[in-house]
Every structure is written in structure tokens, then in C-alpha cells.
Ligand binder design. Structure first.
Ligand code: ADP
Length: 187
């Protein structure tokens, strides 16, 4: 199964993606995690990505697409994958289509995690206190939410039109959301 998990920053994508991918026995691919590990290893990609991430902006499509193309060529994705944080732009949707069509495959399911914005800001502020992520300052949080609305929210309509979009509420306890997602993929 090939799944895309979408939702604004703070919707809980990362947390839920890990358990959902485990449940289904598929690879969990988080572009945010890949960027962050490159930043901490100080690779060339990491140095480039950091500038954008710290400002709450998206890393340029050319860079992100190239990275995902390589990741999706690895053997562990053959049984399926859960993409977390990709695609986030129209150009990324197009690239993912190209990558998958070469494999004779397509996205089977796009899950939108919905949350209200006040809740999201609260969660992100909390996370910044606990984890000290450099892109979790209030100003950057606001910018990330804006970028999501401008560039990523429109992708939902495109996937809805393809008939692959399902929305799940991300509100409530982590365990409740996990259960909702588990039921969705089982149905
Ligand atoms: P969040 O969803 O909370 O913003 P992520 O960990 O998914 O956090 O991403 C952190 C940052 O990494 C983003 O703000 C962005 O700068 C960069 N990033 C992650 N995925 C992408 C992507 N698909 N395209 C461009 N930039 C990305």
C-alpha cells in the first residue's frame, strides 16, 4: 500500500505515521526527518536545507524531489510506503506521479489529518519547549502554517478529485487518533 499522510504542522503526522507504517509493515518516509538528520550530520544537503527550515520555508522542489527520488529507489519501499511531509507542493505531486508511474504504481490513499489551528499552535509551542526544534519559535510556526495554507492545502483538492482522499480528525488523545487511523486503513 502506498499512502500519503497530509496535515498542517503540528497535526501529529510524525507520531501517527510511525505507528501506522508499523501496523501495515511498510516503510515510513519523512522528508522532515531526512532533512533534520542531514542537518545534524552537516552534509551539503543539510547545510542547504537548514536555511529554509529555520525560516519556516519549504526547501526548493528540485532539492526535495531529488532526495525523495533516491529514497523511493531503495529496496525497502517495494512493499509500500507511508510518505509523511511529501508531497507539499504542486510540483512535488507531479514528481511523485512520475516516480510512481515508472514503477507502474500510484498513490492508493491520501489521509488528511484535520485539526483546528488554535490547537496546532498550542501543540507546536509545547513541542518547542520540550524538544527545542529550531523551527518551532512562534514567528516561524506562524510562517509554517501560512506556507501550508498557501502551498500545501490546495493539494487536498487535487487528491480529492482523484478519489483517493480520506480525512481523519487529529483532535483528541494520540491513542484515539491512532485508533481512527487503524480503522481507516483496515476498512
Ligand atoms: P512540520 O510538518 O511540523 O512543518 P516536518 O518535520 O515535516 O515538520 O518538516 C520540517 C521542515 O522541513 C519544513 O518546514 C520544511 O522546511 C522542510 N520540508 C520537509 N518536507 C518538505 C517538502 N516536502 N518540501 C519542502 N520542504 C520540506
Amino acid at each position: 500500500m502506498r499512502i500519503v499522510l497530509m496535515g498542517p504542522p503540528g497535526a501529529g503526522k510524525g507520531t501517527q505515521a510511525v505507528s501506522l507504517a508499523n501496523q501495515l509493515g511498510i516503510a515510513h518516509i519523512s522528508t522532515g526527518d531526512i532533512f533534520r538528520s542531514n542537518v545534524s550530520d552537516k552534509t551539503e544537503l543539510g547545510l542547504l536545507a537548514k536555511k529554509y527550515m529555520d525560516a519556516g520555508e519549504y526547501v526548493p522542489d528540485s532539492v526535495t524531489n531529488e532526495m525523495v527520488k533516491h529514497r523511493l529507489a531503495e529496496p525497502d519501499v517495494q512493499h509500500g510506503f507511508l510518505l509523511d511531509g511529501y508531497p507539499r507542493t504542486v510540483a512535488q505531486v507531479a514528481e511523485l506521479d512520475v516516480i510512481l508511474s515508472k514503477l507502474g504504481a500510484q498513490v492508493d490513499l491520501v489521509i488528511e489529518l484535520t485539526v483546528d489551528i488554535d490547537e496546532v499552535v498550542k501543540r507546536l509551542v509545547q513541542r518547542s519547549l520540550q524538544q527545542g526544534r529550531s523551527d518551532d519559535s512562534e514567528e516561524v510556526i506562524r510562517r509554517r502554517l501560512e506556507v501550508y495554507q498557501e502551498q500545501t492545502a490546495p493539494l487536498l483538492a487535487a487528491y480529492r478529485a482523484r478519489g483517493v482522499l480520506k480525512s481523519v480528525s487529529g483532535m483528541g488523545e494520540i491513542e484515539q487518533v491512532r485508533e481512527r487511523l487503524a480503522q481507516l486503513v483496515a476498512s
